[in-house]
Design a protein around this ligand. Structure first.
Ligand code: AMP
Length: 219
């Protein structure tokens, strides 16, 4: 069992690479962004609370996010986890360490996906995805073969995220640099940090991640 974190700014390709690891290695993707999007659809009180925060590009409280992860990890066994978009603060990182420790698990690698800001803006502003299978597309660099239809599962429900616009992206990037980027130093000193060039082609990034997992003999 291999537990890893994919760490990087919005648009770095964390979700795309997580899906590859699910397909290639049978790992389990735990995306707090996906959990929160699910929660807001449910119309619960928590859903209503998080919706406005997410749309503005701010971070949802540690308490809510840690609670969601705790629920998913309860009694977890077997397949390795890919933490995608979590942790995003130092408090979340501490909580994750404690949760994994209680389960007798530990982080095997934290993979930082490095991408410069100009590329992130371009990537995010053209992004759309399939809510049914999770495939991610881009107007210019990776459009669907047939307009409006998912290449992978044929769904015609393709969507753009409400927070994938210039204004909330600005907030999301600031939140990343203020609250999440310090985790790079945190995990470097814990000895768990690896970096990949997130600007490379999807297959190359996937290859670099596979090398890290194989070389550190964690997968
Ligand atoms: P993502 O899909 O990872 O880009 O997340 C979308 C939005 O969900 C973020 O902009 C935050 O508002 C919220 N979110 C996701 N993960 C977290 C987290 N670990 N901590 C706080 N807020 C989060």
């Amino acid at each position: 069992m291999t537990d890893i974190i994919l760490l990087g700014p919005p648009g770095a390709g964390k979700g795309t690479q997580a899906r590859r690891l699910v397909e290639d290695r049978g790992m389990v993707q735990l995306s707090t962004g996906d959990m929160l999007r699910e929660a807001r659809k449910s119309g619960t009180e928590m859903g209503r609370k998080v919706a406005a925060v997410m749309d503005s590009g701010g971070l949802v409280t540690d308490e809510i996010v840690i609670g969601l992860i705790e629920e998913k990890l309860r009694g977890a066994t077997g397949a390795g986890f890919i933490f995608d978009g979590f942790p995003r603060t130092l408090a979340q990182a501490d909580a994750l360490g404690a949760l994994l420790g209680r389960l007798g698990r530990r982080l095997d690698a934290v993979i930082e996906m490095r991408v410069d800001d100009a590329a992130l803006v371009a990537r995010i502003s053209g992004r759309y995805s399939c809510p049914d299978c999770g495939a991610v597309y881009h107007d210019e660099t990776r459009p669907t073969r047939v307009a409006g239809k998912c290449d992978d599962c044929g769904s015609e429900n393709l969507v753009r995220r409400a927070d994938d616009n210039a204004e909330s992206l600005k907030t999301r990037l600031m939140e990343y640099y203020k609250k999440t980027a310090p985790l790079i130093g945190y995990y470097y000193h814990a000895g768990d940090l690896f970096s990949v060039d997130g600007l490379a082609a999807i297959d190359e990034v996937a290859g670099a991640i596979a090398n890290i997992l194989d070389q550190s003999r964690v997968a």
